[in-house]
Design a binder for this molecule. Structure first.
Ligand code: BJW
Ligand code: ZN
Length: 236
């Protein structure tokens, strides 16, 4: 912990990659592990273009349920610690796999959302993207003004990440002197690949997670515990 604190204090360039674990203390279920199920489905069953093609209503019911949870949740001490860190470091980039928008609501700016945003919808017919904050949605599945079926503005398995966002995430990772990996199982690629990329580019990598991950043995400092408790301590 002490070493990690010093690295962060001395660094002029820091990047952080967050996952579902940072929002767990806000009451948002994670994808994997305890509480990672919705009805009898796993994320891998629902977060795919195939699942949506087969049963758009079922997939939308899952998203509508999650949008309701998120709308009633508040950012926690972990989200807030990253806002504070950004104010102190010369160059700070926040990369998140989360679609919940809690980093924005905590006050983080220019968040790189590599898996999209649950509050955005995109028309599968005309391609129009809009924000829709309504909870619950009045119609499931929702439709566009053009009559086309709307889909959530998120990245499903087998789909490419938004190009510009991903390029920025890679660039920030290569430049980082310190790279924080927070609350992610680090099993979904290409996002998880940012961890070895940071390491190869010479960053000190600090992991914060309740459990071990595939990268725990390779990082420079692995802190075990809750993000909402450890992050405020490590930036202190
Ligand atoms: C705490 C805590 C607390 C809890 N404090 N910690 C075989 C090998 C390698 C790759 C592949 C492969 N087969 C297929 C692939 C590719 C695939 C992939 O990676 N699959 C693996 C699962 C095998 N990847 C893709 O398909 C990606 N696209 C792609 O590769 O495109 C290629 C392409 C190029 C060109 C054209 C076409 C295609 C896309 C991946 C999209 C992932 N999408 C989702 C859904 C987003 C929308 C939504 O939210 O519904 O993203 S899946 C889901 O997993 C979501 C998450 O962002 C993502 C990562 O999950 P995360 O954040 O790690 O959460 P959990 O729940 O897994 O972990 C929580 C962690 O927190 C745990 O470790 C806890 O211990 C910890 N924790 N409480 C601290 N309080
Ligand atoms: Zn349309």
């Amino acid at each position: 912990m002490q070493r990690a604190r010093e690295w962060l204090r001395e660094a002029s360039s820091v990047a952080a990659l967050t996952g579902a674990g940072i929002s767990a203390e806000s009451g948002i279920p994670t994808f994997r592990g305890a509480g990672g199920l919705w009805r009898e489905f796993r994320a891998e069953d629902l977060a795919t273009p195939e699942a949506f093609a087969r049963d758009p209503r079922l997939v939308w019911e899952w998203y509508d349920w999650r949008r309701g949870l998120i709308a009633h949740a508040e950012p926690n001490a972990g989200h807030r610690a990253l806002v504070e860190l950004a104010q102190r470091v010369e160059r700070f980039t926040l990369i998140t796999q989360n679609v919940d928008g809690l980093h924005d609501r905590a006050g983080s700016r220019d968040v790189l959302k590599v898996h999209g945003d649950i509050w955005m919808v995109r028309c599968t017919a005309c391609g129009r993207q809009t924000r829709d904050d309504r909870v619950p949605l009045p119609e499931l599945p929702p439709h566009c003004e053009c009559g086309g079926l709307l889909r959530p503005g998120v990245v499903w398995f087998g789909e490419p990440l938004p190009d510009n966002v991903w390029r920025e995430a890679e660039r920030a990772t290569r430049q980082a002197e310190v790279f924080l990996v927070i609350g992610t199982a680090a099993v979904v690629y290409p996002a998880a690949g940012l961890v070895p990329l940071a390491k190869a580019a010479g960053a000190k990598v600090i992991e914060i997670n309740l459990d071990e991950t595939p990268y725990s043995a390779q990082v420079d400092c692995s802190l075990r515990g809750r993000a909402g408790e450890l992050l405020p301590e490590v930036i202190a």
